[in-house]
Design a protein. Structure first.
Length: 230
């Protein structure tokens, strides 16, 4: 629908209601709603705390065909990723963005060859750092930018995502609230990708096919989940 057609439809609706859209009470109500950013109905499933929230996230992620490895500390991440690639007979190579959290890890203690920057589609393996994990669905929130290029979410065959247990929240609304608080309104990332399991499709003969539109494997390295026991 073109902008002109949309404007015509809205103008017709306003005429039928006898309003212009410029009335002060209406504008005040809209401005208050936008400023408050009130959440909608929040499902009860994710409203658990501590280790129960971590366990729910893992169960939901694995139900969506992701795999999850837990490590005690961030320094354990490179070795866990190297072990994962080795267990799947994958090359010891990895592409990542400029995320400071990833750059600070002891990659030199592993045989992994690290490349930095967006993927051009030729990388088999990539690692990103998630902003957040959502327990109610086992979903990862990945924000775009040079720190974690969106191309890494979709082009490599094998996507590995590092997630801090402290960043696992119960529901989507909590993630959005945290992101607004951290960045401020009007300063959102260009893209937020919600990733639940590897790419898959059953469009052809209702047969499940992994890697249809993105990675065929999604592996999550969860850091510090044991300390979240409640």
């Amino acid at each position: 629908m073109s902008t002109t057609a949309r404007d015509d439809i809205l103008a017709t609706i306003r005429r039928s209601l006898g309003v212009t859209g410029q009335e002060r009470p209406r504008r005040a109500a809209v401005e208050e709603r936008i400023a408050r950013a009130a959440p909608g109905v929040v499902p009860a499933r994710g409203q658990v705390e501590g280790r129960a929230r971590i366990a729910l996230f893992i169960a939901q992620a694995e139900a969506a065909l992701a795999t999850v490895a837990e490590v005690d500390a961030a320094g354990d991440v490179p070795a866990a990723i190297a072990a994962y690639l080795r267990s799947h007979n994958l090359p010891a190579s990895l592409r990542m963005g400029s995320d400071d959290r990833l750059a600070a890890l002891p990659w030199g203690e592993t045989p992994l060859a690290i490349a930095e920057g967006p993927s051009d589609g030729t990388d088999l393996n990539a690692v990103s750092h998630a902003d957040c994990g959502v327990a109610e669905t086992g979903t990862l929130a990945l924000t775009s930018g040079p720190e974690n290029p969106t191309t890494l979410n979709f082009l490599p065959d094998n996507h590995i995502v590092v997630l801090d247990a402290a960043d696992v929240v119960g529901d989507y609304e909590t993630f959005w609230s945290r992101l607004r608080e951290r960045l401020g309104k009007g300063a959102m990332p260009r893209t937020v990708n919600w990733v639940t399991g590897p790419s898959r499709s059953a469009d052809i003969e209702q047969t499940m096919f992994l890697g249809a539109h993105g990675p065929r494997r999604l592996h999550i390295v969860l850091v510090g989940g044991g300390s979240e026991a409640g």
